[in-house]
Design a protein around this ligand. Structure first.
Ligand SMILES: [Zn+2]
Ligand SMILES: [Zn+2]
Length: 363
């Protein structure tokens, strides 16, 4: 029924990461995924990575069933099979597998908000820290990279991997924060997404980019990516420092890349009247006082990012041109077999973001 599905299907098991319990993920043998719907693709994963959001359950802060499918949702790889409705990629193509699965034709996708796609409910990747994945709604959502992995340097490959989530999520903060040429932008958060927010603010022409960061390795990378100022303080002291740097006015655009109650309050406190706050940190807690938002005329925007839209329209081109190098957020690499160490190192802040190479395990 589906193109190539029978011809290429192999019975061999594959390696897949599962969530064992808080503090432990493990690699196990699993059946290779199969095409289930006409717009599915099977992808042989070349590289995947650990997301800051994967750490919520790893740290035991969000509930998750033991011995269940893992959260991992970022990958690049080679298309192995496609369903009959997939016309945009073919077996052998090198692709970015964004974490959202937009249909490309609903009102949300057409407006460039495929993270909120209206066509289906299975809009997010999971379980991609594996050798093979089934990628649903592949036709529009996958992003084809020209050529093959062997055509690129390891640094470029890591930048492609960043395009599956953190780079477009940082860009979403800048877009929904409405960063304009000449603006002063503040980035709250120095994780991989915040650092990609710095890249994005620069890409959109911000003149002054202030990163709120307490960690020296991340401050350094933020400055390399285009930050002009660093504020290490948090809370009221951090707000005062930003106001001092903006002559008491506040920022034209705020990129909120954490999601905590404090970071949402800070975002409004440091926004100048009429500014936009672009939120990409999943909100935890109460957030800012609605009355303060009202009296300051601040627009609160943002949400789930639009990786396919940004990759196709802007970011893949910028990586291929060497204009941006978001792959630098991957400060350590691990074979798939060592994925628990990768999680632990990220949880302990020994690496900004952990890249996982599936090839050694593939033999
Ligand atoms: Zn992610
Ligand atoms: Zn859609």
């Amino acid at each position: 029924m589906f193109n190539g599905a029978i011809k290429l299907a192999k019975k061999c098991p594959m390696k897949e990461t599962i969530f064992v319990k808080p503090g432990l993920v493990a690699v196990q043998d699993s059946e290779k995924p199969k095409i289930k719907a006409a717009d599915d693709a099977i992808i042989h994963v070349l590289k995947t990575c650990v997301c800051g959001s994967d750490l919520w359950t790893y740290r035991g802060l969000d509930e998750k069933a033991e011995n269940s499918q893992n959260h991992g949702h970022e990958a690049i790889g080679i298309v192995e099979e496609t369903g009959s409705a997939v016309a945009t990629v073919k077996p052998g193509d090198f692709v970015i597998a964004p974490f959202t699965h937009g249909c490309g034709h609903c009102a949300a996708c057409l407006a460039g908000y495929e993270g909120s796609c209206l066509s289906h409910t299975d809009n997010f990747s999971r379980g991609v820290q594996a050798e093979y994945i089934r990628y649903q709604h592949a036709n529009w959502a996958l992003v084809k990279i020209p050529g093959q992995p062997s055509d690129y340097t390891p640094a470029m490959i890591n930048s492609f991997l960043a395009l599956s989530d953190v780079m477009p999520t940082g860009y979403h903060a800048a877009r929904t924060g409405n960063v304009q040429v000449g603006d002063t932008a503040v980035v709250i958060g120095d994780g991989a997404v915040g650092l990609c927010g710095v890249i994005s603010a620069k890409l959109r022409g911000a003149k002054q980019i202030i990163i709120m960061s307490r960690h020296e390795d991340r401050q350094k990378l933020a400055l390399e990516f285009g930050a002009t100022d660093v504020v290490a303080e948090r809370g009221e002291a951090g707000e005062k420092a930003v106001l001092d740097l903006t002559h008491g006015s506040g920022a034209d655009a705020v990129l909120e890349c954490v999601g905590s109650e404090q970071s949402n309050q800070t975002a409004v406190a440091i926004a100048r009247p009429g500014a936009h706050v672009g939120r990409v940190g999943l909100p935890h807690g109460q957030g800012a006082d609605p009355a303060q938002i009202f009296y300051k005329n601040v627009a609160i925007a943002g949400g789930i990012a639009s990786p396919t839209t940004y990759d196709k329209d802007i970011l893949l081109h910028a990586v291929l041109n060497g204009d941006i190098n978001p792959g630098k957020v991957f400060t350590k690499e691990y074979p798939l077999a060592d994925i628990n160490t990768a999680y632990q190192d990220m949880a302990d802040r020994k690496t900004i973001k952990a890249a996982i190479d599936t090839e050694p395990a593939a033999g």
